[in-house]
Design a protein around this ligand. Structure first.
Ligand code: NAD
Length: 279
């Protein structure tokens, strides 16, 4: 069994991004990212801080617009429209989840698709599904980079994606399909989850349920990617029972240190891509 070390790869990517940012700066261009954070959700606050820190370390300019929980949709939209017009801002990211009174789809659709570094705009999602160049959501993009780093070719593999959200599972499945895997997508209403996971050469799990995937659900020699992040007794664990599943897997991502750091690295890459596209 080999560990897919997302932490190490993310550091390598950060260095590459840093070099490219330095080059852009010599041409008078500083890539810029605007982050919109609404409310006081501690996890969201932590993620936004991590993103800002990563930007700083790579020389990307970042600004966080912090907004109170009871802010109106109109005020968020006005801020996004301002950022859409700002020539120093290449990427715009709205940290999810948004408070219940805000229509998330409506907000995401206001972001200029050329600045949509999270890849959540339906325009980019549509292009991704057609196999066209687009901004791809950072988490599934990070998974693909990790597979590439370890020379894992997904062509022809039976892949099973557990979790079908717009930001994780669906784009993950689209990327795997675009790379010619045969893809099974499972979700909360899937009957007999094990019958699907057990057949998978490549099992990707992004649900948010600790130990959802146990050893008996995994094929011998499978590649296992755990996207889940769960806080249990002050510890961060994934959706896969790592201790037992790792004994059966050929490759597996740890949590933490697997997909999480790759997500942030891909945000930096997407911001750089936006700056290179538009300036
Ligand atoms: P979500 O709640 O939007 O979606 C969860 C998905 O899992 C849904 O499609 C649902 O149908 C499915 N699901 C729920 N229970 C299930 C079950 N018992 N069996 C099969 N499917 C089931 O969540 P999300 O935003 O997609 O995030 C999923 C997980 O990934 C969370 O733990 C989140 O913290 C984590 N995440 C990690 C990163 C990272 O950088 N590593 C980034 C984003 C999300």
């Amino acid at each position: 069994m080999q560990i897919l070390d997302g932490k190490a790869l993310s550091l390598k990517i950060r260095e590459e991004v840093k070099k490219e940012v330095e080059e852009l700066k010599t041409n008078g261009i500083t890539p810029g990212l605007a982050v919109i954070l609404v409310g006081n959700d501690p996890a969201s606050q932590t993620y936004v801080k991590m993103k800002a820190k990563a930007c700083k370390m790579t020389g990307i300019y970042s600004i966080t617009h912090e907004m109170p929980e009871d802010i109106s949709e109109e005020e968020i939209i006005e801020t996004i429209e301002m950022m859409n017009k700002n020539p120093n801002i290449d990427g715009i990211l709205v940290q999810l989840p948004l408070p219940k009174h805000i229509d998330t789809t409506k907000i995401l659709e206001v972001i200029d698709p050329k600045k949509d570094v999270d890849g959540f705009h339906p325009y980019n999602f549509g292009r991704l599904n057609q196999g066209l160049d687009s901004f791809v959501p950072c988490t599934p993009l990070g998974v693909m980079e990790l597979l590439k780093e370890y020379n894992i070719d997904v062509k022809g593999l039976n892949a099973c994606v557990v979790g079908a959200s717009n930001i994780v599972g669906k784009p993950m499945a689209a990327l795997l399909l675009n790379s010619f895997a045969t893809v099974d997508i499972c979700h909360i209403y899937t009957k007999d989850l094990k019958s699907h996971t057990k057949r998978a050469d490549l099992l990707v799990v992004g649900v948010g349920k600790p130990n959802l995937i146990t050893e008996d659900m995994v094929k011998d020699g499978a590649i296992v990617i755990d996207i889940g992040i769960n806080k249990v007794d002050d510890k961060i664990i994934g959706d896969v029972d790592f201790e037992n599943v790792s004994k059966k897997a050929s490759f597996i991502t740890p949590v933490p240190g697997g997909v999480g750091p790759m997500t942030i690295a891909m945000l930096l890459k997407n911001t750089l891509k936006a700056a290179k596209n538009e300036r």
